[in-house]
Design a protein around this ligand. Sequence first.
Ligand SMILES: Cc1cc2nc3c(=O)[nH]c(=O)nc-3n(C[C@H](O)[C@H](O)[C@H](O)COP(=O)(O)OP(=O)(O)OC[C@H]3O[C@@H](n4cnc5c(N)ncnc54)[C@H](O)[C@@H]3O)c2cc1C
Length: 314
Amino acid sequence: MTNISSKFQTNIPLSKYSRMRVGGDAKYLLEAKDLNEIISAIKYAQENNIDYIVVGEGANIIFSDYGFDGLVIINQSSTISFLENNLVIVDSGVKNNHFVLKCAEKNLGGLDYLAAIPGTIGGAIYGNAGAFGNFITDLIESVTLFLPDGNIAIKSKSQLKPLYRSTLIKRVAKRDKRLSPIILSAKFKLMSSHSETIIKSIKELDKIRQKRQPKNKYFVSGSTFKNPAGRPSGKNENTEFIHKTAAWLLDDSGAKKIKIDGARVSLDNANWIENNGKAAAQDIYAIVSEMKKAVLAKHQIKLEEEIEFIGKFE
Ligand SMILES: Cc1cc2nc3c(=O)[nH]c(=O)nc-3n(C[C@H](O)[C@H](O)[C@H](O)COP(=O)(O)OP(=O)(O)OC[C@H]3O[C@@H](n4cnc5c(N)ncnc54)[C@H](O)[C@@H]3O)c2cc1C
């Protein structure tokens, strides 16, 4: 068996692996092609006392300008297995869009909203990604996890304790990333549908999203903060709800004026930060602090980040 460390690259710029296109170098980086490589790499890191992190598409993370003094594992696992009774097992490294389209080919729907959410299945489950009142965990039967003690465990959806933009895995990671499990794969029970219906629905949802999101082509990480109002859904998108969204609160607090060097709060959506390609990770961090201060001062509400900062910030 080849030693997994022979596949590690050294001193690799992390900006390439983050949608915001910021961040210093990873001391070691592995583009893991399957679940065995992920497991071997984690075991190697643990045995050699190397800090490690598993990431997907970097759609929700901001790496520090100081980089990551350890091993960054880019999850590129890619297997999708279709079983009977609308059950599908998917590797955590599969991209959301690819997964939804592959399921559509088999006339399996229910995840139409996920097609436009950047990232991998693992990243989406970690943060319970969602849109239009849906959460990725809604249709999950179980997940297979690699635990920090080296064991593999299958957990049901209820054991993930999903909440709006959060699961138990993310909550544990926030306390101590080393104690949090790695999602290897997930089993979904999808809904019978027709591929044309699914594709039509994906296109319609995408049109609605385009209206809500920044129009220019800068680098972004999606929503910066969670909505203090919680889960958005069709039925509570009334004025009262809108006035509690992070975007509304930020706009009302004047956050659209905040900019530092190459980064600024988007003029189209005050909960998004745009990088014109010249910003540093520290600029994004400073903008986030300013945004929080603005809402605290005007509304006495403490916003909680949806994006995650990895590494050292000042
Ligand atoms: C343009 C744009 C639009 C967006 N719209 C939405 C939206 O509508 N709804 C929404 O919910 N989000 C949205 N997001 C945010 C982002 O797409 C999601 O958070 C996404 O799920 C992140 O997936 P990822 O694979 O890129 O995770 P990453 O950003 O790579 O990682 C995020 C976190 O998950 C952890 N992680 C990743 N994979 C695993 C794994 N296999 N096991 C354990 N931990 C893991 C990482 O360590 C990290 O802590 C948007 C982002 C962008 C850029």
